[in-house]
Ligand binder design. Sequence first.
Ligand SMILES: Cc1cc2nc3c(=O)[nH]c(=O)nc-3n(C[C@H](O)[C@H](O)[C@H](O)COP(=O)(O)O)c2cc1C
Length: 353
Amino acid sequence: MPNKTGRRYPGKTSSPDDKGEHIRLCLENDMESSCSNGFEKYRLINQPLPEILFSSVDTSCRFLGKDISAPFIISPITGGSDLSKTINTNLAKAAQALRLVLSVGSQRLALENPDLAATYQIRQIAPDIPIIANLGAIYLNYGYGLKDCEAAVKMIQADALCLYLNPMQKILQGSPDLDFKGLVDKIAHLCRHLSVPVMVKEVGFGLSPLAAELLADVGVACIDIAGAGGTSWAKITRQMKKSIWGETGACFDDWGTPTADALVAVRKAVGSIQIVASGGIRNGLDMAKALALGADYAGMALPLLRPATQSANAVKLRIEAVLRELRITMFCSGIRTLEGFNGDRNIIELCHT
Ligand SMILES: Cc1cc2nc3c(=O)[nH]c(=O)nc-3n(C[C@H](O)[C@H](O)[C@H](O)COP(=O)(O)O)c2cc1C
């Protein structure tokens, strides 16, 4: 069936109802991986002589040329329904008030049906912050190209486009769209021609060093590890009403590389690319450890979902708590500014088991 734009998208993809079910499952059930994010294996070294005034601890930095108050990214979550609009509005108001980076969820629904674009459009309420557009990279193999990516960027006046990689999620969804061949070349083409920088992320199973190297080589500006230890798309897709799996496939609930392990391996593989650590980041201590292990930013999705269904203030309070924990960690580690995470002094060590 042609859709409202006349486009024929050949694959069977998530509908607004599926997206609503993802959110409901995340709000009503434990949809987190039972493997840890890996950060418990590390500790920051307590610094009882920090030589710092607490109020001078400064987390400000820049993201794609814009000033932000902390290296915190609201990871992509949603769009495409009334509830999504509420969620995106509350996230945007909080991100604007706190001057942080905000991502929207996959915009494919709005590319297929322009009536849904309004559920993603938060630029008016967040005029100053970096906003990131979002699309599944797999769609580049199923009819999408530069024009569609440009349309997604324009739809929300975004500062960057983030493509997500999700082979495990796709196969557990029972999707027929499983041709992941040739995506690197298509991403390279976008990096050369899109009007904004291209980012690439996983969805909670972790980017590998090999993927990171390929992406860095073709000019991707920033990669998001999105490792295991937080939201498990294996659990979510298996529990969907129309899941074809039932108990089969439960072995993949904890699939993926824990975020800390993926981060360390990827940072070793690619020296200079900007890295977001996300996947199971749940507090400011996780965030600080990620920064100490080579991330430039940290991202969070699931913990912001419930507050985002409530109010902008609820989102703001949740993020402020995390940022307070980050500042406390920096103070007690003797780190006054984010540059301190990359200095010569050893600030993090492996815990002995
Ligand atoms: C309800 C929900 C919807 C999501 N939708 C998207 C999406 O549309 N695009 C995307 O790149 N990631 C999506 N994600 C994945 C997150 O951006 C993130 O990579 C992942 O959840 C790991 O972070 P967390 O453990 O903090 O949730 C979604 C996550 C959740 C919880």
